[in-house]
Design a protein around this ligand. Structure first.
Ligand code: SB7
Ligand code: NI
Length: 185
């Protein structure tokens, strides 16, 4: 299983690399890693298991965070209405997004960042993402709100970007442009 010891931290240059596309069909090893990434998220949100193994709760994880510079992400979260989202994706790509932006009032955190970095992280309010599922089938996702923010955080990891890169240096809590009231979470 994946534990916190497998998660690399800021300062490791792998987190700043642009990850490589996974040639499809993915290998059994790549698929196995992707399944383990989702399992890590589930474990990290299970109080008992998280405590036992010292896991920090995560709603998403990208392969570069376990030192594998390949375009693979997993997500495991509930949105503000309690709807559950669970994905294992190869080669996710944002193909279109809203003009409107959003941000989480509480800011963002990262399993690869062992400190609090306060500030608003501007994100697209809605995104359309094309990717391939674990079986290599193409999928198109239309996401808004919390899941949209989460997938943008993960796709950023594939491009060597960390959440705090987006925070306004001079004014971390400046409200991003083009944010509608209903898009703040
Ligand atoms: C807050 C946290 C995350 C995404 C969006 C808002 C993910 C935290 C876990 N990760 O470090 C995943 O890359
Ligand atoms: Ni992260």
């Amino acid at each position: 299983m994946i534990t916190m010891e497998d998660i690399i931290r800021e300062g490791n240059p792998i987190l700043r690399q642009v990850a490589k596309d996974v040639p499809l069909p993915a290998s059994d090893e790549e698929k196995d890693t992707l399944r383990k990434m989702l399992e890590f998220l589930k474990n990290s949100q299970n109080e008992e298991i998280a405590k036992k193994y010292g896991l920090r709760a995560g709603i998403g994880i990208a392969a570069p965070q376990i030192a594998m510079s390949k375009r693979m992400i997993a997500l495991y979260l509930d949105d503000e209405n309690g709807k559950h989202y669970e994905y294992m994706l190869f080669n996710p790509k944002i193909i279109s997004h809203s003009v409107e932006n959003t941000y989480l009032e509480g800011g963002e955190g990262c399993l690869s960042v062992d400190r609090d970095v306060p500030g608003f992280v501007p994100r697209h309010a809605r995104v359309k993402v094309k990717a391939f599922d674990i079986d290599g089938h193409p999928v198109t996702l239309r996401l808004k709100g919390y899941p949209a923010v989460a997938i943008q955080h993960e796709i950023d990891h594939l491009d060597g970007i960390l959440f705090y890169d987006h925070i306004n240096k001079d004014d971390p809590f400046k409200i991003p442009d083009h944010v509608a009231e209903e898009d703040v979470y």
